[in-house]
Design a protein around this ligand. Structure first.
Ligand SMILES: NC(=O)C[C@H](N)C(=O)O
Length: 310
């Protein structure tokens, strides 16, 4: 099994090694699986359990003080499953797989997605707060939950640009080496056994987004996409990623004959030209050749590829 994983596009961090170790461990877990779908879920599960990433435990906090998780997965036979806005769900990746495998639909949201998870014994009462998100949220002064207009006033300036991780401009960085606002560490993976391919992305979204906000991650073609040619997982400013359907763009370039690296690079170039925002994407073709590109300061990846086309 070939696997590539990412830990989000965002600011450069001072101490990338501990996060790299988790990414490498995640890829190693995925490599042992029997199918690409199992491989991407296993890879992402490891990342969702680590508070170093903005997915599962340690996810971004929305404007009402609740952490909600999103994920989307697609296989090369064009099966799709996505789930969004789930409080208490550490492994959004598993709920996305449930939607793909157990339902006739492609996306479920909110309490209904949580109910599906519960019905299939996926844990739904996890504490998704980490030490870091607790500390950061304690510094926030959000308006009352039911005053939506005041909340929008409070958060509006954080959006319309890239999640560089330091939306306050105070340049702070947390002790475990992730960005201060902890929103650029979305995770994702693409895997292939040389026959079929799967791509999966999972996130806590963006810091202090309006409660109920859903970004690119559970939207097919935006945060994730996969065909027989290969798959892609995107990360970055979700509001901008959806405008260009970034993951689909990268896979389209594979379909048109580019290698994984130039498909990733071209997709990011086009993304930047259109949006002037920042993002990253990892790509793997059906033979397990990997590529990645980003226009943020950094994006960490882990990979076990047949070849790096970089
Ligand atoms: N850091 C990220 O990748 C955030 C994610 N794309 C979102 O907008 O929800």
């Amino acid at each position: 099994m070939y696997v590539i994983a990412h830990g989000g596009a965002g600011s450069a961090i001072e101490d990338p090694e501990p996060r790299q170790a988790v990414l490498d461990e995640a890829v190693a877990a995925g490599r042992d699986e029997q199918t690409p779908l199992d491989a991407v879920v296993e890879t992402v599960r490891v990342l969702e359990s680590s508070p170093r990433f903005n997915a599962g435990v340690g996810g971004s906090v929305q404007s009402d003080g609740v952490v909600r998780t999103d994920a989307g997965v697609m296989t090369s036979d064009r099966r799709v499953g996505a789930a969004s806005s789930m409080p208490g769900v550490e492994h959004a990746s598993e709920v996305a797989r449930l939607v793909l495998e157990e339902t006739p639909h492609v996306c479920l949201s909110g309490v209904h997605a949580v109910d599906l998870a519960d019905a299939y014994d996926v844990a739904v009462d996890a504490d998704l707060w980490s030490e870091r998100t607790r500390e950061q949220w304690a510094d926030e002064e959000p308006p009352a939950r039911d005053d939506i207009r005041a909340q929008l006033e409070w958060l509006r300036d954080d959006f319309g640009g890239a999640p560089e991780g330091d939306s306050s401009g105070d340049g702070t960085e947390s002790t475990d080496g992730s960005d201060a606002h902890h929103e650029s560490d979305t995770v994702g993976a693409v895997a292939t056994d040389g026959e079929t391919v799967a791509a999966l992305t999972s996130t806590g979204g963006r810091w202090r987004a309006l409660a109920g906000r859903v970004g690119d991650v559970p939207q097919v073609g935006s945060g994730f996409f996969c065909t027989h040619a290969g798959g892609a997982s995107a990360t970055g400013a979700g509001e901008d990623i959806v405008r260009v359907t970034l993951a689909r763009r990268a896979v389209d370039h594979l379909e048109l004959g580019r290698d994984a690296q130039s498909a990733a690079e071209l997709a990011i170039e086009e993304f930047e030209d259109i949006t002037e925002s920042s993002a990253g994407v990892v790509v793997m073709d059906a033979e397990g050749r990997a590529g990645s590109a980003f226009n943020s300061d950094a994006m960490q990846t882990g990979r076990h590829a047949s070849e790096d086309t970089e």
